[in-house]
Design a protein around this ligand. Sequence first.
Ligand SMILES: Nc1ncnc2c1ncn2[C@@H]1O[C@H](COP(=O)(O)OP(=O)(O)O)[C@@H](O)[C@H]1O
Ligand SMILES: O=P(O)(O)OC[C@H](O)CO
Length: 495
Amino acid sequence: MPADLILAIDQGTTSTRAILFDANGRPLATAQRELPQHYPADGQVEHEPEDIWRDTVAVCRDVVDQAGVAAARVAAMGITNQRETTLVWDRRTGEALHPAIVWQDRRTAGLCQALRREGAEAMVRQRTGLLLDPYFSATKLAWILDTVPGARARAEAGELAFGTIDCFLLWRLTGGQVHATDATNAARTLLFNLETLDWDPELLRLFGIPAAVLPRVLDNAGAFGVATADLLGRPIPVLGMAGDQQAAAIGQACLTPGMIKSTYGTGCFALINIGDTPRPSNHRLLTTLAYRLDGRASYALEGSIFVAGAAVQWLRDGLKLIPDAASSQGHAQALADTGGVYLVPAFTGLGAPYWDPDARGAILGLTRDSGISHIVRAALESVCYQTRDLMDAMAADSGCALTALRVDGGMVANDWLMQFLADQLDLTVERPAVTETTALGAAFLAGLAAGLFPGLDAISTLWREERRFEPAADLAARERLYDGWKRAVGRVRGG
Ligand SMILES: Nc1ncnc2c1ncn2[C@@H]1O[C@H](COP(=O)(O)OP(=O)(O)O)[C@@H](O)[C@H]1O
Ligand SMILES: O=P(O)(O)OC[C@H](O)CO
């Protein structure tokens, strides 16, 4: 029986998925579990590490069962994950010392501000391509080491391991044999130097991180380790690993400079490929690794928005205005416009290009005529205005007009949203046939190392468009709407 299938794990912010792909990048089966979110205090977001591990094991087993294939058909596994989310565990027992501090968590805003006041930001930006923001892992890791009794001393003694979710899953899958991450995940920690492609001693000093807690950093495709037979009854090699936004860019075949993808899940993350030089942004975008293969790096500029689908989730679970995310489309379609209502979803501050951890959300412009549909539509529109903020910055940074935007993630099922997005950006929006591009990217990386694909270029020939949305809006009306958004953002800024 040929081993011709790839199992991709996509451990996202709100759910854990496993997808089984064939050697043509076609999904054969999917299994998914929703991940509980914990909000212990204002601006804090945590996940239970054992939930993540249990769900990962369960979805891997479910997807193989569902597909009705023998585990022997699985040639390799790929892992992709919510990035930056920080865990520290005991190397001996594998137990986490603290719940995972999620990328959205703002508890270290004060520490970031103190480091900015000391004048550290220019050095951090130059070495990492990132900003001094609580979004990234370094201050979350420092917080755990300083808050959990005894943790710092134990870390220095080499008893503890730090990892993002990819690294934690690899550790658990290999039965504690491998402590490694990949270069794209490492590049989101604020500890990794984009030029040397290694941990940076000066950054470790700045954030007070002992080198003994750090994992090895590997290319995105290669031998990461072997998942023990506990998972599927036979050992399976893990051959691909990447942060979810980088994996999505690969799954969308954004492999040449100028190509852009935007993923609409919990947050929204747009990446534009900028080739083999880590150019800085002049418009407060991040410079980040797109991928590293055979030791050679490709880079991207990234715009990160903290709340996109999470606003719809809040309408569903928090306000209970809608029974499910999909019904947001009917509400939006029922109206000609929001009647001047804007929703700024700064629940955990604002990301790119504002980088304001103190901003908080607001609904503005309410009148006696405003109803549920106005608020729902305003939430969807906010996703498009935030994307426009990013696209304007990318166009200005790259100095050329953008030609098309490839989209993916849970929200892109919403046709109304995709058309409003094309209208607001004045740009063609391309939706692929396989919208699970994140998992597809991880599967491609694993398939590359397994020899199932000749090279990364193979993905460009397999990429298929399902539908494109062409801009059709009156340009003056579009500008009026966007001006209103800018004013609304101005009203919620902190400080
Ligand atoms: N039809 C829809 N319209 C609007 N939002 C949607 C729709 N379907 C799903 N979503 C939103 O998309 C998000 C889920 O997308 P997904 O890519 O699975 O997220 P993640 O990878 O961040 O966990 C949820 O926040 C949900 O509210
Ligand atoms: O899990 P997602 O899809 O919301 O992605 C989270 C990002 O990787 C955070 O940087």
